[in-house]
Write a new protein. Structure first.
Ligand SMILES: *[C@@H]1O[C@H](CO)[C@@H](O)[C@H](O)[C@H]1NC(C)=O
Ligand SMILES: *[C@@H]1O[C@H](CO)[C@@H](O)[C@H](O)[C@H]1NC(C)=O
Ligand SMILES: *[C@@H]1O[C@H](CO)[C@@H](O)[C@H](O)[C@H]1NC(C)=O
Ligand SMILES: *[C@@H]1O[C@H](CO)[C@@H](O)[C@H](O)[C@H]1NC(C)=O
Ligand SMILES: *[C@@H]1O[C@H](CO)[C@@H](O)[C@H](O)[C@H]1NC(C)=O
Length: 574
């Protein structure tokens, strides 16, 4: 996505891009006799419109559905090409809303509280999906100066999250009939439509760079864009950062920060709980809201809500300022409701903080930290738990110099995440359990999500050490069909099973569709000659191939990592 096409299409709005592509494909289908213009108006010839729709739908996985949804626009002589993407996204939104209504209706006729809770979770999750779809539609119509690559990265990021929310809704329902009622009540259709929307956005970008399409853009906006690009290249701050924020965040180390709120358990701050400090988040806040959490164990369930954007929380250190909880699946909570700390509002950053779930291995799924915050970063933090410690749920996330401990699937989710220079500690699980460091949840191949672990160490805790060959530890297992995990430049202890990756079940689920790769790892556990021979398992030897998973290209890191104040690598060290 970042190749030579970038320079050519830089600065062109997605709207224009779609126009050109439709023009081009319409032209191609008419054997070059086209009079298409770059402003992208489809002419009034109905069959030409349908041909364009057919071409756009060609790469999708559900072509009939695509033809039906986009067909309504093709037959409209006055439709502007941007309507194609809008319709692809808004028809998805309609179906997600149908599914929400279904959850509400089903809930009314059920007494069982476990099932009621699962449906309430569905409503919450699907609302996040609706929000993302709404944001996608707004973005297609806006005039903000963003490069095509940025827009495509944003759209595919949000649409991937829409898939993840649909999946998480279904995963939370254990009752089979209820689950199929939700599947048929809209979730299956919604997933197909989301997949199509992802395909359309991705393929349009691909077509553009393949054709090397030169595009005339408004010279005024070109100049503005160049200025913006220089600012980004020079400092690496996202455009929504104010000058004051830039200064604040350029200063590394908590000492230089002036917090908006100070939390101290002993009463020496403004607030005694982190929740109280978050409740004081100013309405319509612009820029950062900085919370200093003094040393102490904070036994509270905390959510940084959707409207609390750009919260920066720093503590006295990951072993001093600690958030703790003990909710678990065994204790009656859906996995995604077990988290001691949940970060939802976008741009959340934490530094020098600890997050715990103390339910123990007996609690089964018990999340310490759940992150569904876009552009989230954690620096010098600690996440301790057993099963499901760190839920990297959705969007773009970055972890640096963190310690993560756990047993089963202890880093899991469907986000796009890069972890650098982390210490990953496998703990002793229950006797009948096996450890898996990761369980990535990419459900469809169009999602741009994946989990990358770079320059980190994977080690056993002391309690596991004596039994580390008896209780097996694997690098991961595929939670969903297209699970994607890359481990590179890391040190793997001798306790990592020679097979490397563990099957999800006995049916061979996801073994040919997942993408599991290792590159330039070290240590006794890094030998790959006895790895499982699944089609989805790879050993990368080509540095350029591995480079696509570094923070620059994989996470659009050049756009936002600088602003987190954490050290980071956009590519490889040397
Ligand atoms: C559409 O284009 C075709 C071929 O260029 C032409 O034969 C046909 O009459 C056109 N239809 C309309 C409705 O303009
Ligand atoms: C055709 O497109 C225009 C502009 O997008 C819209 O206002 C109009 O409602 C559409 N007509 C139909 C029949 O869909
Ligand atoms: C409630 O539903 C759950 C999940 O289907 C089931 O395991 C449980 O037994 C049900 N409880 C009662 C009281 O029926
Ligand atoms: C799902 O889509 C099919 C056709 O593609 C349609 O018949 C069905 O009514 C849709 N279901 C829902 C709940 O929208
Ligand atoms: C969970 O934490 C709460 C609050 O600290 C405590 O009252 C409770 O005893 C804990 N439960 C278990 C099983 O440890």
């Amino acid at each position: 996505m970042m190749g030579k096409g970038k320079a050519i299409v830089a600065g062109v709005s997605l709207i224009l891009v779609v126009g050109v592509v439709v023009g081009v494909v319409a032209g191609i289908s008419r054997s070059g006799k086209s009079t298409n213009d770059a402003s992208g108006n489809i002419d009034n010839n109905l069959s030409t419109g349908m041909k364009a729709v057919k071409t756009i739908c060609e790469p999708t996985d559900y072509k009939d559905v695509c033809m039906r949804t986009l067909g309504t626009v093709a037959n409209n002589g006055t439709a502007n090409p941007k309507d194609f993407i809008k319709v692809a996204v808004s028809s998805t939104m309609d179906v997600v809303k149908t599914a929400m209504e279904k959850a509400t209706t089903l809930s009314k006729n059920i007494d069982n509280s476990t099932q009621k809770n699962a449906l309430a979770d569905c409503n919450e999750l699907l609302q996040y999906a609706v929000d993302d779809l709404q944001e996608s539609i707004s973005m297609v119509g806006d005039n903000e100066l963003k490069t095509v690559n940025e827009r495509v990265a944003d759209l595919t990021n949000w649409l991937s999250a829409v898939v993840a929310y649909q999946q998480t809704c279904l995963d939370g329902i254990s009752h089979p009939e209820l689950k199929s009622a939700m599947e048929n009540g809209g979730i299956i259709n919604a997933t197909e439509l989301t997949s199509n929307a992802l395909a359309i956005v991705t393929e349009i970008a691909n077509i553009l760079s393949a054709f090397n399409i030169p595009i005339d853009i408004n010279p005024k906006s070109r100049r503005l864009l160049e200025e913006e690009t220089t600012a980004l290249d020079g400092e690496g701050f996202p455009t929504w950062f104010s000058a004051a924020d830039r200064k604040l965040l350029a200063a590394r180390g908590g000492a230089q920060m002036r917090p908006n709120a100070v939390v101290a358990k002993d009463g020496s701050g403004q607030y005694k709980t982190i929740t109280a400090a978050l409740n004081a988040y100013p309405k319509n806040n612009k820029g950062r809201y900085v919370i200093y959490v003094k040393a102490g164990i904070y036994d509270e369930y905390i959510t940084v809500t959707k409207d609390q954007a750009n919260v920066f929380m720093y503590g006295d250190g990951p072993r001093k300022s600690i958030v703790t909880g003990n909710k678990s699946n065994k204790g009656g909570f859906g996995t995604f409701k077990t988290a001691s700390f949940s970060a939802i509002g976008k741009g959340f950053i934490a530094r020098g903080m600890g997050f715990r779930n103390t339910a123990g291995p007996e609690g089964h799924q018990a999340v310490a930290l759940r992150v569904q915050s876009d552009f989230a970063a954690f620096y010098n933090c600690r996440m301790d738990g057993y099963q499901d410690t760190l839920y990297v749920q959705t969007y773009r996330q970055f972890y640096r110099n963190c310690v993560v401990s756990g047993t089963v699937d202890f880093i899991f989710g469907d986000s796009t995440t890069v972890m650098q220079n982390c210490l990953i500690i496998a703990r002793k699980p229950m006797d009948n359990q096996q450890n898996t460091v990761t369980a990535h949840g990419r459900a469809i191949k169009r999602e741009t999500t994946g989990l990358v672990i770079q320059n980190s160490r994977i080690v056993p805790e002391q309690k596991l050490f004596p039994v580390r060959f008896k209780i097996p530890t694997f690098l991961g297992r595929p939670w969903k069909e297209y699970a994607r995990t890359v481990i590179m430049e890391s040190t793997l202890g001798d306790f990592i099973q020679p097979a490397g990756w563990m099957p999800w079940d006995t049916t061979g689920f996801a073994q040919s569709t997942c993408y599991y790769a290792e590159y330039a790892n070290r240590g006794p556990g890094a030998r790959t000659n006895r790895r499982v021979r699944w089609k989805g398992v790879h050993v990368i030897t080509d540095r350029r191939e591995a480079a696509q998973f570094t923070a620059g290209p994989f996470l659009s890191g050049h756009l936002w990592l600088r602003a987190t104040g954490a050290p980071f690598l956009l590519g490889f060290k040397r």
